[in-house]
Design a protein around this ligand. Structure first.
Ligand SMILES: *Cc1c(COP(=O)(O)O)cnc(C)c1O
Length: 374
């Protein structure tokens, strides 16, 4: 992880700021380069809900990626952040959005992915004689937590395979070209065979729909969470995708990762506010909480947390690292081995590039951290 070699720079930043999210440009560039090395991926879109910092959007744009947006607000933010952006680089993947949002996107020539029969049955005039993509629920999802699994009947996303026939009928009736099949089965999918099964399903399905030119396999490529963990084998993943693709040469394969591109690039730097011991439980309080990093409370996510000031000291304590928010769930890490820690020590929280700033809130009216790119 890049921040280990940038310890002194980060300590210097922390000495001048209270709370900060520091992004490493090279880390973003490295992730993009790795993805681009996979031959069978024809186009890459960045899922901007992961992080919509304008400078980050600009870096990603310079690498030629498109953008996947889940709301009209995201599209408008993109227009502001990258004023001359080509609309062909934007795809819109709404879920249970209002009718007006579809009207706005279609009339702005944005490629829309429809993920329910309802809009096609109730509002066909919006899509008549136009091109769309549809989001398929392959029937099986996966991910790092139940809340991020987006396939299967209990998930609110996607059109089940059993509705595909009806989709074909509707598309004929209203002259709608379904040019792409989309799937996003979850976030942090480590099992390569799940990816391949999904890709196979979509490729097979594409044979039933005359206009399909694209399959979009969504996001969900995992990053390394713990320091000692092995990295996701993107190379093997790529090779297997390449093999699969050889028999479907006329179909374009798209991906729209968020976390993989920016997740590792960001770290939070903050300070120790107070410490506490209750019976055998030791608490280390820091100056940010679930207002900045909600993922541990929301999904039980693991983020590496280190005392940067005392990085090489012996980890002789078992502690919980907690924030200042008035909620019992405001715990950022539990049962962590930690050195003896003092007020003012700099604490670093890793993997804060994705779903941290974009999910942060004004809860308890604490100031949001500054964001900086190095
Ligand atoms: C969130 C999302 C993504 C990105 O997921 P990651 O796990 O960040 O890669 C891609 N596509 C859709 C439709 C999404 O909702």
């Amino acid at each position: 992880m890049w921040w280990i070699n940038k310890k002194d720079v980060l300590l210097d930043i922390a000495s001048k700021t209270s709370n900060c999210i520091v992004y490493n440009k090279k880390s973003i560039e490295k992730s993009i380069t790795k993805l681009k090395e996979i031959e069978s991926i024809d186009r890459l879109f960045y899922a901007m809900k992961a992080n919509f910092n304008p400078e980050i959007l600009q870096i990603i744009n310079e690498y030629g990626l498109g953008f996947e947006c889940v709301s009209t607000g995201e599209i408008k933010h993109l227009y502001e952040s990258i004023p001359n952006i080509d609309k062909k680089k934007i795809i819109y993947t709404p879920n249970f959005a209002a009718r007006d949002d579809y009207i706005w996107a279609m009339s702005n020539q944005i490629m829309v992915t429809v993920d329910n029969l309802y809009p096609l049955i109730k509002w066909p005039e919006i899509f008549k004689n136009k091109e769309i993509m549809i989001r398929i629920d392959p029937g099986k999802g996966d991910g790092h937590h139940d809340h991020v699994i987006t396939g299967g009947s209990f998930s609110k996303f996607g059109i089940p395979l059993s509705d595909v026939e009806q989709i074909i009928e509707l598309s004929k009736k209203y002259n709608i070209s379904i040019i792409g099949l989309h799937v996003h089965s979850g976030s942090g999918i480590k099992n390569i065979s799940i990816w391949l099964d999904t890709a196979k399903k979509l490729l097979e399905l594409s044979k039933l729909l005359n206009d399909v030119e694209i399959i979009n396999l969504g996001g969900g490529i995992p990053i390394k969470e713990k320091l000692e963990e092995k990295e996701f084998d993107l190379c093997t993943f790529g090779k297997k995708l390449n093999n699969l693709k050889t028999s479907f040469k006329s179909i374009e394969m798209w991906f729209e990762p968020g976390r993989y591109i920016v997740g590792e690039s960001g770290v939070i730097t903050t300070h120790v506010t107070q410490t506490k011991q209750k019976d055998n439980y030791k608490y280390i309080g820091i100056d940010i909480g679930m207002n900045v990093l909600i993922r541990p409370a929301l999904y039980g996510s693991y983020h590496e947390i280190v005392n940067l000031t005392k990085y090489n000291h012996k980890h002789t304590n078992q502690v919980s690292i907690v924030g200042p928010i008035c909620e019992s769930g405001d715990k950022l890490g539990e049962n962590r081995a930690f050195p003896d820690t003092d007020e003012g020590d700099v604490i670093l929280i890793a993997n804060a590039g994705a779903y941290v700033s974009s999910m942060s809130s004004d809860y308890n009216l604490r100031e949001k951290p500054k964001e900086l790119i190095i």
